[in-house]
Design a binder for this molecule. Structure first.
Ligand SMILES: C[S@@+](CC[C@H](N)C(=O)[O-])C[C@H]1O[C@@H](n2cnc3c(N)ncnc32)[C@H](O)[C@@H]1O
Length: 214
């Protein structure tokens, strides 16, 4: 686990902070995709106000801060301590919002039946064995609670003559919408939707957005 934490600390050190305003002039917003000013808003989640929301791999907390301004009671966890420090420094003044340094499966195992919404935006759902993670997410949700996550779609295998991909410092579970649907169903999630959102003009890679209910 130490090597994984170190890898994410290295990632955190290389990130630039999110802008203070988006193209629409808002100071907080949800960004489900790898592109600025692109993708769905919080309506993907369903009701937000008054709900207990957990974000796995919250990074610097910008997505969760938005849900806090909409009246959710939010907990963000991240394995990288500096991410939580940055999140606290930028958003710690908002009501009902707290950040904790924790590994996702460990935190979930210690918090059964605690959240109405669990989110992961390019977060641990992509980087954790789903056979371990999905039952823990389901167990942490209240009945009917929403689980929503996004990540890049799987890449096609390299063709003959194309360079092989380099090994990654952190494992990734690159599943298709159909594979996520089957995995979520086998973990007893219901009302599952999984789709690849088109990229903005001029870009080629879409974004996978998956939603399910406990
Ligand atoms: C690609 S970043 C995305 C951050 C944020 N969700 C965003 O959209 O800006 C992935 C984040 O997940 C965190 N992370 C990765 N694996 C984790 C784990 N097992 N438990 C908790 N956090 C994890 C990393 O430290 C990192 O901050």
């Amino acid at each position: 686990m130490e090597a994984v934490t170190t890898a994410w600390e290295r990632y955190a050190a290389g990130r630039t902070p999110r802008r203070t305003h988006n193209a629409a002039g808002a100071t907080t917003w949800l960004n489900w995709t790898q592109y600025a000013d692109h993708g769905p808003d919080e309506s993907v989640i369903g009701k937000v106000q008054g709900r207990r929301v957990l974000e796995l791999g919250c990074g610097t907390g910008c997505n969760l801060a938005h849900l806090s301004t909409l009246g959710a009671v939010c907990v963000g966890i991240d394995i990288a301590p500096t991410q939580c420090e940055k999140a606290e420094a930028r958003w710690g003044h908002l009501p009902g919002l707290s950040f904790w340094t924790a590994e996702a499966t460990e935190f979930l195992a210690a918090h059964p039946d605690s959240f109405d919404v669990v989110l992961s935006i390019f977060g641990p759902v992509w980087f954790t064995n789903p056979m371990t993670l999905l039952p823990l997410v389901r167990q942490s949700l209240t009945a009917g609670g929403a689980f929503v996550f996004s990540h890049k779609p799987p890449q096609p295998d390299p063709q003959p003559g194309e360079p092989l991909r380099e090994a990654r410092a952190v494992s990734r579970w690159d599943y298709s919408p159909g594979e996520w649907t089957a995995l979520l169903a086998s973990a007893r999630f219901k009302k599952i939707t999984a789709e690849t959102i088109d990229p903005p003009d001029g870009k080629h890679e879409g974004t996978l957005v998956v939603r399910a209910e406990a």
